[in-house]
Design a protein around this ligand. Structure first.
Ligand code: S3P
Length: 191
């Protein structure tokens, strides 16, 4: 007969930490932190937005305006599907990629998921002078950031590691994630 413990606590699924996926809102610093993290771990950096732009021969903004957001999301999902076969990657994801439950499930199969977390005000300061993010083209971008952040927060918070970046520089954030990643690989039940 199963003990009470066995009945109430399902076994944790074995996690494979072959790669690291960086998630978080636009402007949180995923690409920059990804660069430093890849250097520290001697991993390859894959930036999903860049992969899509290279394949399409056009910028994300153009893909949104010419083909629409659903087409862009399908391209993101195709990139995620390909990444599972690889090892030793830092994957800097586009800010909306992790919202797709299939993308989330696939990344969890092979990657530690680290979310860079910043306040709406910090994000606004970082993106206010940039124009390449179609979702922030709004008369009131700060309000738009607040709305989207609130909507997405429950999913961003599901990450294995939540790293506050309001008061950390990218190299320090990268060192912090690298340590956590190496420690996670030592935990029994991970690979
Ligand atoms: C998006 C984030 C962008 C890019 C696209 C959509 C989002 O990437 O994928 O504009 O939905 O948050 P960054 O997070 O790298 O800016």
């Amino acid at each position: 007969m199963a003990t009470l413990h066995e009945e109430t606590v399902p076994p944790r699924p074995v996690r494979e930490f072959r790669n690291i996926a960086l998630t978080g809102f636009m402007g949180a610093g995923k690409s920059t932190v990804g660069f430093f993290l890849a250097e520290i771990l001697r991993f390859d950096l894959v930036d999903t937005d860049k992969v899509i732009e290279e394949r399409q021969g056009r910028r994300v903004t153009e893909i949104f305006s010419e083909l629409g957001e659903p087409a862009f999301r399908a391209m993101e999902a195709a990139v995620v599907e390909e990444l599972g076969l690889r090892t030793g990657l830092v994957i800097a994801t586009g800010g909306g990629l992790i919202l797709n439950p299939t993308n989330r499930a696939l990344l969890r199969q092979h990657a530690l998921i680290a979310c860079l977390w910043a306040s709406a005000e910090t994000l606004f300061e970082r993106v206010r002078t940039q124009s390449h993010r179609p979702l922030l083209r709004s008369p009131d971008p700060l309000l738009r950031i607040r709305e989207l952040l609130e909507e997405r927060a429950p999913i961003y918070r599901e990450a294995d590691l939540l790293v506050g970046v309001d008061f950390r520089h990218p190299p320090e954030t990268a060192r912090f994630i690298a340590e956590a990643f190496l420690a996670a690989r030592q935990v029994p039940g991970t690979q």
